[in-house]
Write a protein that binds this ligand. Sequence first.
Ligand code: NAD
Length: 498
Amino acid sequence: MRIIDHWIGGKLTAESSSRASAVYNPATGRPQAEVRLASTDDVGVAVATARGAFAEWSQSSLSKRTKVLFAFRELVNQHLDEFAALITDEHGKVLSDARGEVQRGLEVVEFACGVPTLLKGDFSDQVSTGVDLYSFRAPLGVVAGITPFNFPAMVPMWMYPIAIACGNAFVLKPSERDPSASLLAAELWQQAGLPDGVFNVVHGDKEAVDALLDHPDVAAVSFVGSTPIARYIHTRGTANGKRVQALGGAKNHAVVLPDADLDYASDHLVAAAFGSAGERCMAISATVAIGGAADALAEAVSAKARAVKVGSGRDKESEMGPVVTAAARDRIVGLIGSGEQQGARLLVDGRALVVPGFEDGFFVGPTVIDQVTPEMEVYREEIFGPVLSVLRADNVDEAISLINSNPYGNGTAIFTSSGEAARRFQRGVNVGMIGINVPIPVPMAYYSFGGWKDSLFGDKHVHGPEGVSFYTRAKVVTSRWPHVEQSIGASLQFPTAS
Ligand code: NAD
């Protein structure tokens, strides 16, 4: 069995890890590798290595950093297919979708290539006679990223390009379910000329995460994953004095008004609900049909859901692959059953799907459940699978209040031809990312990404300007260069401008 090692100080290493965990190919349902699970001591080695590298990297010029970032950008672009294959084989998503996630990650690298502009400070001349005032931002030190299985390349890329561009050293703890994309990124950083030790990868589970949260030399933690773990990371990390941004789970609603183009809306709903088998934090998992739109919408979405081609992610014909593990499949199947038991109508049932040649794969077919109400488990839980619930509301205000009653606030969308309804919606919902006739409103890298409420703990969103702010802290300098002959009297009074 292939062993997946840590990457510390510019090389693969087993360190002292004695535990390991199986990495499956979700399409075949069979284990294909074993990933090491770091001990607290292993994490200590990675952090000490990063701390050593930080001393030099934080002093490197902006020109040098920019050159490394541009080289990394080129290398990731050249290795796009290799990234996509690693992602498909460990996550299960189809190759075209895996390429798409790398491309979206690459946009953050491109944003970070502008680091000289991003780190420009402010300068105020002559704030008092002979006195200037200016500010600039300094890196934090060693920063850690803890990431989920569902975007094994893109989510880490939300973090490390900006952290590294800003002069920090990075320790990444990727998901133990699909760890290989992070190691390819590590090799490419080295080829790009990044000094060894600035980017490290430790694989692991709770033990590794806790070691990062407790280590005194980790200055900040970026986390993306489920809400219970995000809450825990934020609580423990901030109790230890660290800066923490912890993005959690989601339940994203798409509201469809009767004035929307039904064909357009149902096409986009199906893509947003079943792309990546619904394992996207921005997937649409609940659609709220307003008034007369409901029956026709449920029918259109069901017809299109039945037509989705499900198969191995390696098969170019497939539009949707398996879910990540057998446990995920069983949980999703159980939740679909609970919807049926609690009185919802199963319009399309993906539970019994078998893909020929991949009988042991972790497949669940697209599923549409109608007549869902807010008390049902299928609505309350983040299913994180290919399941679309259809709810009904009388008007936009009722839909807004439904969305605002939900504990999550990651993304949401409205389909309408009314500007007035769209504006009312964007102003009314307590959600971080909003789409108007756009079902998956993931902002470009030069804006920041993040949700509200239980979808984000901490006050900074990831990448974009808030990412730069998260990975740096400000220094403000007040300076005076008196002439030798100039006499400037000192006073015990609190200084004021003159
Ligand atoms: P997860 O919370 O199970 O795992 C995320 C990370 O936390 C992994 O690295 C994992 O090893 C670690 N972890 C797991 N259990 C832990 C524990 N008890 N203590 C410490 N660390 C632990 O999430 P997942 O299943 O990998 O990913 C899916 C979840 O991520 C979904 O809820 C999805 O909505 C969310 N997600 C959110 C966003 C966002 O932007 N808000 C983006 C992607 C995924």
